[in-house]
Design a protein around this ligand. Sequence first.
Ligand code: ATP
Length: 249
Amino acid sequence: MTETLLEIKGLRKSFGALKATDDVNLDVQAGEIHALIGPNGAGKSTLIGQIAGGLKPDEGQIRFLNRDVIPLSVAKRARMGLGRSFQISSLAMEVSALKNVILAVQAREGSSFKFWKQVRSDQGLMDEAMIQLERVGLADSARTVTSELSHGQRRQLEVACALALKPKLLLLDEPMAGLGAGGSQRLTEFLESLKAEVGILLIEHDMDAVFQLADRISVLVYGRVIETGTVDQIRQSAQVREAYLGEEE
Ligand SMILES: Nc1ncnc2c1ncn2[C@@H]1O[C@H](COP(=O)(O)OP(=O)(O)OP(=O)(O)O)[C@@H](O)[C@H]1O
């Protein structure tokens, strides 16, 4: 039996007259990569914002690990294991890659583990941060100042920071953007290797990556989920082709 990590029901969010989230139902199971695709402006980032906690929904439910998280702050949700890939803009550019991951580890241990933070040695923190850098293939650049990393390496660093928070569910907003073909392929393989340990809700415009990775896909158009299904079901859906994929062919 699978475990439901995230369950969204009847979610609505409007900006003035614009329905950016229009009665969305969606779930993510443990061990699953669930991709959310849709044309520009379909409401993908707005949905992620409501799940992570920066945006308040107008109506509906968001349950994470069977708990209503709408009243909880972004930080509380993160501590429960709801991870969001750090945006590059949130990395500290003037310090090393390693230091960025150490900051993320400290953020996880933050307020609920003050006692632990005091007794924890710097070496322990460093070892844990190095493990995350190794996993994303950045160990050789651990001491490099973040501003000197390439765009692709900064994206790898964002993922390392997100993993340092030990999430149960990872929200990834266009992780392939700006990576070359080689970088996308490496990140695709890495995400595939992660999914047994952390469920992933993936927003991605790179359809090759989506079709390769996703266990299920939900298609968002004008704020509505028009279809949820396996890769084959989505590829074969006339409605999806008409509303979205057809544009690209
Ligand atoms: N804070 C806001 N105030 C007003 N309108 C907003 C706001 N945030 C988003 N929107 C509008 O809501 C709609 C959905 O935007 P959103 O960024 O969620 O789409 P998206 O699917 O993530 O797009 P993209 O693929 O281009 O990133 C768009 O029409 C956008 O202009």
